[in-house]
Ligand binder design. Structure first.
Ligand code: ADP
Ligand code: MG
Length: 383
């Protein structure tokens, strides 16, 4: 896709771009709703990427164009960028430049043309892919010398403050820091990280992503409520973040929460989810990939019953896949729609895919999109 995006840039702006960069979407293997609790996550990069052709400008103008969106080139003045003023897709890349400039980096403008194969709104982080590809390009072109994790933090600031979406740090870090053939074990407190080899094919397994193609309209408000509930739990337990509640002391912590039924459920999910991430890391490091299946299933039950962010479509994927021989399955991403992941032996992939498609048809749901996810490279310069 790099050449196509380069050609698109030339057609739009009449000159060659200074370079072309790519940044992937991600799928999270385990560690859901832990990233705003200073906890652990374990995403890997998808082969689906946002690709951007970019040149510098010196006149304070930012020109943006997406091959995937109607509406032509959007021209913005960097000095005039104002948080939460832009409700369009352009807020994501503009937010990155806003955050860089707010942090004092000398970014004087850019021409950008991009295109993305990351499904949008499917819980696979098409927004972070857009942000990170722009951040990496600008970092290279203006020789800012920022490290990957710093770019991720600035992208998150752009999305939180400029776009106005209260997301955690996982998505941007995954897109910026993942490596080919590995999952990223990330501690979201200090962004310390470890690359964990994940070669499912060598073990005769596949990981499927099932995009339910649904996004329930209340998802944003519910996300905010879960976040607020987690913060309340941390305050009641007198810790900085729920990450600081040791798994071994969970029962005592829950007892201290008394009759705060909702907070009890949220705390239980976050603390057990951090433990599940650590368990999956241990299993992968000891070479027992197959054994992560039941841990994924436990994670789904926790998101469904304690965190309460699943939905009928996601539950149907998980239940059908498990009934058809999957080794493990769970919803992934923010919840209330988006995607689920399914771990399966190669021999069972077709049966499971067909069963999920048939179950969706029988339930009257929109047909899901099923694809195989292979741990792929993180953000990089293509040319
Ligand atoms: P997710 O990150 O899970 O895909 P978000 O709602 O966070 O969902 O981000 C989706 C938004 O990102 C889209 O509504 C759009 O504004 C922007 N976006 C994603 N892909 C593209 C693209 N190819 N071109 C322009 N904007 C895009
Ligand atoms: Mg997003």
């Amino acid at each position: 896709m790099g050449q196509q995006v380069r050609d698109g840039f030339v057609e739009l702006y009449g000159t060659e771009p200074e370079g072309v960069w790519s940044a992937p979407g991600r799928v999270n293997l385990i560690g859901e709703h832990t990233d705003y609790n200073d906890g652990f996550v374990m995403p890997f990069a998808l082969p689906h990427t946002a690709v951007a052709a970019v040149s510098r400008r010196t006149d304070g103008i930012l020109r943006l164009h997406s091959a995937d969106v109607e509406g032509g080139v959007v021209e913005l003045t960097l000095d005039a960028l104002t948080p939460e003023s832009d409700k369009n897709w352009t807020a994501y890349p503009a937010g990155v430049l806003w955050a860089l400039r707010e942090a004092g980096h000398p970014v004087t403008g850019a021409d950008i043309h991009l295109s993305s194969t990351v499904p949008s709104g499917a819980g696979l982080s098409s927004s972070a892919a857009l942000e990170v590809v722009v951040a990496l390009a600008v970092n290279d072109l203006f020789e800012l010398g920022l490290q990957r994790w710093q770019l991720a933090r600035l992208c998150q600031r752009g999305e939180n403050v400029y776009v106005g979406a209260p997301t955690g740090i996982m998505d941007q870090t995954a897109s910026a820091c993942c490596e080919d053939g590995h999952a990223l074990f990330l501690d979201t407190r200090d962004l310390s990280q470890k690359q964990i080899p994940l070669d499912l094919a060598a073990e005769g397994m596949r990981l499927l992503v099932v995009d339910t193609q649904v996004k329930h309209s209340h998802s944003e408000g519910e996300y905010g409520k879960r976040r607020a509930g987690c913060e309340k739990g941390a305050a009641l337990l007198d810790v900085d973040a729920l990450r600081d509640v040791p798994y071994g002391e969970l029962d005592a912590a829950l007892a201290r929460l008394g009759d705060e039924e909702e907070v009890v459920r949220l705390v239980r999910h976050v603390v057990t989810e951090d433990e599940r991430v650590e368990r999956v890391v241990g299993l992968l490091e000891s070479g027992d990939v197959r054994a992560i299946g039941p841990v994924l299933v436990e994670g789904h039950a926790s998101l469904r019953d304690d965190f309460r962010i699943s939905c009928p479509e996601l539950d149907l994927v998980v239940d059908t896949a498990l009934a058809s021989g999957a080794l493990g399955a769970r919803m992934t991403g923010g919840g209330f729609g988006g995607s689920a992941i399914v771990l399966a032996d190669v021999a069972d992939v077709n049966t499971i895919t067909k069963a999920v498609e048939e179950a969706f048809a029988a339930a009257g749901f929109t047909a899901p999109r099923v694809f195989e996810a292979v741990p792929s490279p993180g953000a990089r310069r293509l040319s």
